[in-house]
Every structure is written in structure tokens, then in C-alpha cells.
Write a protein that binds this ligand. Sequence first.
Ligand SMILES: Cc1cc2nc3c(=O)[nH]c(=O)nc-3n(C[C@H](O)[C@H](O)[C@H](O)COP(=O)(O)OP(=O)(O)OC[C@H]3O[C@@H](n4cnc5c(N)ncnc54)[C@H](O)[C@@H]3O)c2cc1C
Ligand code: FES
Length: 275
Amino acid sequence: MSAYHIATNKLRTTHILGIENESPTVKTFTFKDKQCGKAKPGQFLMLWIPGIDEIPLSILDAKENGLVSVTVKKVGEATNSLQNKNIGEVIGIRGPFGNSFTEKEGSILMVSGGTGTAPILFLARKIASRATKLVFVIGAKIQDELLFIEESRKILVKERDRVIETTEDGSCGVKGLVTTPLERLLAKEKFDMIYTCGPEQMMRKVFDLAEKYEVSLEASLERLMRCSIGLCGSCIIGKYRVCRDGTVFTREQLREVKNEFGISKRGFDGRKVPL
Ligand SMILES: Cc1cc2nc3c(=O)[nH]c(=O)nc-3n(C[C@H](O)[C@H](O)[C@H](O)COP(=O)(O)OP(=O)(O)OC[C@H]3O[C@@H](n4cnc5c(N)ncnc54)[C@H](O)[C@@H]3O)c2cc1C
Ligand code: FES
């Protein structure tokens, strides 16, 4: 292991500096960490909640001065405990881990759902000024769960740039899944790259459309993660370890793991379980 990898994997304690409510179940936390301040879009970190657990989280923002943000949805014990924390409380950080999105120019389509919009927004902020066209498709089950709509609108620069919202219950934007407007967009307009992050079944549908319309794609995957450095095997998909070989995978790589992508994952006991 190189000195860089040893430093990255070492647990550092820090304090919560900021907490923002994004929705009734989602909060953004900001803290300082020099190592993660260098993170690139698509990378993740491991956040330790003292006495509870350590969980993988995508990085929403990372600045050279070491300020880092993550967006967390309350789903179980660890995320609940984190959401109950206050400014000034101690957390632990390892990372950043994994590869990152390639930062392409040209005509870009960003497709995200839930907290998957966090790494997509980080990427969009980096590449917006160089893109010839930037379109977001952001989906959620209900309006309350739509994240970062205003933040995404703020980075649009060109006339053709836009944000398309979808909700499954039709409470906001297009009624249905992100794939409803996506198929129409791909049939009508040309895109050089699709970036996607969100629920895996959603990304599988985005992948199938990218195959059909022959558009390059990068998807950031989530799997059960424990070590985050390629040792334990809990994050396996096909021949890949998501923490080490991803989390970002290309269309070609996803084609290799087509029998598992969007279909199954490893459970806590290491056995394959349906998604
Ligand atoms: C690379 C990556 C990036 C992620 N980014 C975000 C993010 O930006 N925001 C966010 O809210 N969530 C993110 N997650 C999911 C987050 O890690 C889980 O929601 C969290 O670990 C749940 O912990 P819990 O104790 O609250 O819930 P639990 O009750 O323990 O679990 C609830 C569900 O969360 C998932 N989960 C539990 N433990 C893990 C684990 N160690 N690794 C992966 N999934 C787990 C399982 O599907 C489980 O069924 C990410 C996961 C990965 C792998
Ligand atoms: S989390 Fe251990 S190998 Fe990926």
C-alpha cells in the first residue's frame, strides 16, 4: 500500500460545521477534512458515527480548503443517528475512495434519483461551463423527495440547458419514472454522454436506453460496503469490486455484469439477494 493509500484509509476525527435540511428525510452535513477536500466527483467516503457504525456516503462537494459536504437520507440506525447530531459533534472520516466520473465536454445528460443527485450535482458544477448542452432529469417518488432542483437550475448556462423533474405520483413535473422523459429526449436529441446515479433499477433502465440509442454512459453504483478498499468482497458485482474498481462504471463494463446489474446484490451474509 502506498503512503497515499495509507493516509486515505486512516480514520480522522472532525466536527460537524453545518447542517442543512433538504427534505423531511434528507440532510446535508458539512465538515472539514483535508484529504477528502481533494475528492473528485463520483468518489465516496466512509463516515463513522461514534458508537454506532461506519457508512459509505457519496461526496456532494469538496473544496481545496478542506470543506466537504455529504447528503444523507434517513433509512436505518446509522443514518438516523447521524441526522440527530448537532453542529460541533464529532464524526470520523476515511477516504476519499473509488474512481471518479470522467469530466467530458459536449452535450451532457445527467440522470439521477434520490440522494444519487448529490454526486451528479458535484460533477455538473465542475463541467457546466465547458458543456455545449446540459440537461438534468431528476426523479423521485413524491415532490418532497425531489432533491437539488434549484441548485441544478442555478448552474444552467445555455438556452437549451434545462432541468426535467419527474415524480411517480405526478405531484411535480412529469408523472412517472425518469425513463419516461428520457426515452423521448434520446429519440429527439443527440447527447455525447449520460451520467447517472440513483437506485440501481433506475440506472439499469437508463443503461438499457443508452444501449438502444448508443450513447456513452457512466453510472455510479452502490453496493454493501464494509472495508471500502477492495479486501472484504461484500461489494462484488461480477468480476468487479465496486469500492475499488468503481464506483463509476462505463456502459461497456456494465454490459459485462448485465446479469447482476439492477437485478441482484450481495446481502449482509455474502449471499446473492434480489434488489
Ligand atoms: C458508494 C455508496 C455511496 C452512498 N452514498 C449515499 C449518499 O450519498 N447518501 C445516502 O443517504 N446514502 C448513501 N449510500 C447508502 C448508505 O450507505 C446507507 O443508506 C447506509 O449505510 C444505511 O445505514 P443505516 O444503518 O442507516 O441503515 P441500515 O438499517 O443498516 O440499512 C438500510 C439499508 O441501507 C443499505 N446499507 C446498509 N449498510 C450499508 C453499507 N455498509 N453499505 C451500503 N449500503 C448499506 C442496505 O440496503 C440496507 O438494507 C451510499 C452507499 C454506497 C455504497
Ligand atoms: S467494501 Fe470491501 S471489497 Fe469493497
